[in-house]
Design a protein around this ligand. Sequence first.
Ligand code: MG
Length: 385
Amino acid sequence: MMIAVLGSTGSIGRNTLGVIRDFSDKFNVTALSTNSNIDILSQQIKLFHPALICIRDKNSALDLKSRLNLKNIKLFVGEEGLEEMVQDKRIDKVVLAISGASALLPLLKAIESGKDIALANKEALVMAGHIIMQKATHKKITIIPIDSEQSGIWQCLSSEDKNKLKNIYLTASGGPLHKISRKYFKNISVSQVLKHPRWKMGVKISVDSATLMNKGLEVLETMHLFGVEPDKIKILIHPEALIHSMVEFTDGVILAQLSITDMRIPIQYALTYPERLANKLPNIDFLSVKKLSFQEPDFKRFPCLGLAYRVAQDEGTMPAVLNAANEVSVSEFLKNGLDFVSIPRVIERVLNRHRNKIAPDLDDVLEADSWARREAYQAMQKLRH
Ligand code: MG
């Protein structure tokens, strides 16, 4: 099977290539893409010999050209380049490991050209889940989730009647601030946020894990992937992070998916589905697990959760607005331009100012996204005064 890995230099991308290397008799890398990380991309090109590469940043693309002989490789540049590359006939499956809203258009192009999708990105589904799922159904392609919770739900539901679903329990480790009192939140630093207790991840998702917006985005992701109403999606804080999600049926039976906390497991399943292949990863040792604990999420300390449920009820362009305002606030926080507690404040201000458009088409979604980005900058200015 020929695989395209979009966002190959990030955390999920590198893990995906690791899995592909472990099963090199089954998978080949046709295409790789990065924003600007040409150091890692060069190494990946030498190891995997892709036929196609895409670099989003023009200067980095020129840089790579001067460094590496790209004789047998077709180089694409920029966002349009990525949208063109994913349509290449040689690609069977596209792994979407790009973070943020910029994954939306390449994802839609990949679906339109009939590729199966292994999806790690959640922002695209949050913004335009109804459009993505409709297109996927129309094209008869499968979107297999890589996000560990969604992979868990996918596996629990695989042979079940979805009409008999009662609740979905989305588990959350609680993030790096789980045990920290709200009075310290104002001075939370970037480095504190980047230390996650259970998962090693990219910077954007690390901040989202600290605000619990990551879980909020997952509520929206679950809604679209499995066609479930938001009031049936319950969040459970589960610090041991061994249960990746649970599904409850109308007869009271609950199925849970457990595995060690290693992203290579959901990545592998998304690549090999519906097959399961033996790997060399460690297993859960139940006797060394002292307990599995569960708590209610704290909506007061983590207002992003409530905001996510709010837009999940509203639907329309509200989720795209939430996502865009979050992306802007998070990137500003990472540059030390916004304090931690202001992230949900900025998002809430922008949501309050948005006039929701129900059943939006792609243009409406993209317009709401750029509107919300501008509004988020204004909201940040106001909060500073
Ligand atoms: Mg997750």
